[in-house]
Design a protein around this ligand. Structure first.
Ligand SMILES: Cc1ncc(COP(=O)(O)O)c(C=O)c1O
Length: 437
């Protein structure tokens, strides 16, 4: 038998150009605070909080210790018809930060599972209220809601959809809100485009409200390359949903846990959905876990139903003890270090820093909110996405991790970032823009 232990062959990497990567791998071996260490010993400044998840920075001792303690004490307990203390405690603690009235928490293991859970709860809720015709779902173009069949059906990214057949029936999409022509280089939320929410009225006119269960949107789209809601857009969406009895789901898998200066984007934007999906920052990325926040009205509807199991849904690892321990320790850090408001404190510095890139070669738009930025490059003649990828590679060579989505560079650093580190990230993009032009 060959010794293949050092081979890169067997692992089919997710959302990765496997052949390209395996020919020139980028391997991270350690992480602490704001930095990764690569296998060549270089320190890499993390401009992406891993994948929008390590909001408190890397390898935090409080989390490591809580996880070690818990795995030694209770490694696993079945969550169906049995309980253990930690998910109860974590749910109570989390609801101290969720919007008023969203006081019930269903645990999952990922953002994708949170989304599919939310969609199922929405449809089942209407059925329990005698409105079983409300089955249609509305997503949005450019939306990313993970990779389950529910998530890709309501999602609006063509490559995530086109390979996978006919998807769920009964899904419509709102138009996306990216309008570079009208809003390029806006600092914060764009002024133009709130009326795009009115498209929901057309969808209602087409199908009738009695057929529509829920609308799901990210408060701002992250994976599509940082697409922000125009001023007033989310409020308008809320009004139309309320008017027609349609549930509004905010997918806060990346906007949750402090990313834009509040525990939830719903709080920052002052718009209350009926359901919020989360994951990622919930455990600081250390252990997989997701959480779906549900309004009291929805929860009570299930509890008023027939005796017995109220929702035929759940995962072997829902509320896993080790994940819940990581979640509690993470929440301690967020609270002790004031990290839910830190993005707001740094926002104007961040904004000025990223907008200083205006005028660098091929940059056609810069978008920002909280500690998030999207820097959009014009596609090169070599094809869409090539320039973005080159900029990403160049930044990595300079010791900075940023993320390329097509020709957009997205940044979402850990919330513990310091101003000189912001400067360094921005400088690396400026240098990369010049180098690859
Ligand atoms: C808004 C949103 N929803 C869902 C997901 C899926 O999360 P996961 O990869 O944990 O399944 C993501 C992941 O980036 C996301 O950004």
């Amino acid at each position: 038998m060959n010794d293949k232990t050092n081979s890169l062959d067997a692992f089919w990497m997710p959302f990765t150009a496997n052949r390209q990567f395996k020919a020139a791998p980028r391997i991270l071996t350690e992480a602490k605070g704001m930095y990764y260490k690569a296998d060549d010993g270089r320190e890499i400044l993390d401009g992406t909080a891993g994948l929008w998840c390590c909001n408190a920075g890397h390898s935090r001792e409080q989390i490591t210790e809580a996880v070690s303690r818990q795995i030694a004490k209770l490694d696993y307990a079945p969550p169906f018809q049995m309980g253990h203390p930690l998910p109860f405690e974590l749910a109570e603690r989390l609801t101290q930060h969720s919007p008023e009235g969203l006081n019930r928490v269903f645990f999952t293991n990922s953002g994708s599972e949170s989304v599919d859970t939310a969609l199922k709860i929405a449809i089942a809720y209407h059925r329990l209220r005698g409105q079983g015709t409300r089955q249609r779902l509305v997503g949005r173009e450019k939306g990313y809601h993970g990779v389950g069949f529910g998530g890709i059906s309501v999602g609006g990214l063509v490559n995530n959809r086109k390979f996978f057949g006919s998807l769920l029936n009964g899904v419509d999409h709102l138009p996306h809100t990216l309008n570079i022509k009208a809003n390029a280089f806006t600092k914060g939320l764009p002024e133009n485009g709130a009326e795009l929410a009115n498209e929901l009225e057309n969808i209602v006119a087409l199908h009738d409200a009695s057929c529509i269960a829920a609308v799901i949107v990210e408060p701002f789209a992250g994976s599509a390359g940082v697409v922000l809601p125009p001023e007033g857009y989310l409020k308008r969406l809320r009004e139309i949903c309320t008017k027609h009895g349609i549930l509004l789901i905010f997918d806060e898998v990346i906007s949750g846990y402090g990313r834009i200066g509040d525990a939830f984007a719903a709080n920052r934007f002052g718009v209350k959905p009926d359901i919020i999906t989360t994951a990622k920052g919930l455990t600081n990325g250390a252990i997989p876990m997701g959480a779906v926040f549900v309004s009291d009205d929805i929860y009570n509807t299930f509890m008023d139903g027939p005796e017995g199991i109220e929702l035929f849904h759940g995962y072997t690892y829902s509320g896993h003890p080790v994940a819940a321990a990581a979640g509690l320790a993470t929440l301690d850090i967020y609270e002790q270090e004031g990290l839910f408001s830190r993005a707001l404190e740094l926002e104007s510095y961040w904004q000025e820093a990223v907008h200083s890139l205006k005028g660098e070669p091929n940059i056609i738009d810069i978008r920002n909110i909280g500690l998030v930025a999207g820097i959009e490059f014009a596609p090169s003649e070599a094809g869409v996405g090539k320039r973005g990828y080159e900029v990403f590679l160049n930044c990595f060579e300079q010791g900075c991790l940023v993320r390329a989505t097509g020709d957009i560079i997205a940044m979402s650093p850990p919330l513990i970032i310091e101003k000189p580190q912001i400067d360094r990230l921005v400088e690396s993009i400026a240098k990369a823009a010049r180098a690859v032009s």
